[in-house]
Design a protein around this ligand. Structure first.
Ligand code: ZN
Length: 288
């Protein structure tokens, strides 16, 4: 839906969502602000490196999923990160752990490769070294951010896979989803304070996806247990097929301040306040 296929790797279609194309100039602007360079071209090059890195991270998950005989429908690149859409959830917690770990391992590997390249090419032009270092740093943050226990992101999946043999799948998912939602609220507040739209979008995504996946596990566990009727139990809600086992890797290009968003929010806030103040003045003048 509203996405363009840019190719196939291991038979997996790689797609770019239209919103990524729309947001790309803003993302490039933010990265060039982080890099402290005037030219937007380096921002675009770094953004290209970032989304290629996100794609490789998702490909890491996908290759391990394929080795577990789980088909991958597609890899979708969005402004909030990448999604590797698996056909089904791995049954075995060890498989889930390995699939979840593969993405951050790829990102750590890419961070080391780009950092080494920057070292090797230290005689080269300054812009090239800066670009390589920025891509290395983004990959390091991609790995670290995804390892936070915010289910259904990688760290949250690893957490659930660790809990499952101890508590069972349903209880493990409940605890992981609750932790994920708590972290999503924390991200949301952080994003609001910084006026960062991408962080807020990531928070909303994690919050909703955590709940959706918990309902899906709940639904499957009840189906497995047969259709026994228990009037005191909440009805299981059939989940969306689209919510099936998704991993997301938000791009970490927002570590620096983003004055443009914050100023925009501040200005909008002032505008709204002014409208209300004017209305109030008007009302005061009219009332006797
Ligand atoms: Zn991942």
């Amino acid at each position: 839906m509203y996405s363009y296929s840019i190719g196939q790797i291991y038979g997996i279609p790689i797609k770019i969502h239209i919103t990524l194309l729309i947001f790309l100039p803003i993302i490039a602007l933010q990265i060039s602000a982080v890099m402290g360079v005037g030219s937007l071209m380096w921002g675009f090059l770094a953004a290209f490196g970032l989304f290629a890195s996100v794609g490789l991270h998702e490909l890491g998950h996908s290759v391990v999923a394929l080795s577990k005989r789980i088909r991958v429908r597609e890899i979708l690149l969005l402004p909030i990160g990448g999604l590797a859409q698996l056909e089904r959830m791995p049954e075995n917690p060890d498989d889930e752990m390995q699939i979840a770990l593969a993405g951050p391992i790829v990102s750590f590997g890419l961070a080391i490769v780009f950092w080494l390249l920057a070292m090797l090419l230290s005689w080269g032009p300054a812009w090239l070294i800066l670009l390589l270092r920025v891509i290395a740093a983004m990959n390091l943050m991609l790995a670290l951010f995804n390892l936070l226990p915010s289910f259904p992101m990688d760290g949250g999946r690893i957490f659930r896979a660790w809990l499952t043999p101890r508590l069972g799948l349903l209880e493990a998912t409940r605890i992981a989803a609750r932790t994920g939602r708590g972290m999503a609220i924390a991200f949301g507040i952080w994003g609001l304070l910084r006026g960062s739209l991408i962080t807020i979008a990531v928070a909303v995504f994690i919050y909703m996806a955590a709940g959706a996946e918990y309902r899906m596990v709940q639904f499957r566990e009840r189906m497995r247990g047969g259709f026994s009727f228990d009037p005191f139990q909440q009805p299981a809600v059939a989940p969306d097929e689209e919510d099936d086992n998704i991993t997301v890797s938000p791009p970490p290009y927002e570590r620096a301040q983003e004055p443009q968003w914050r100023d925009w929010l501040k200005r909008s806030n002032q505008k709204v306040r002014k409208v209300f103040d004017d209305l109030f003045d008007d009302w005061n003048r009219r009332s006797p």
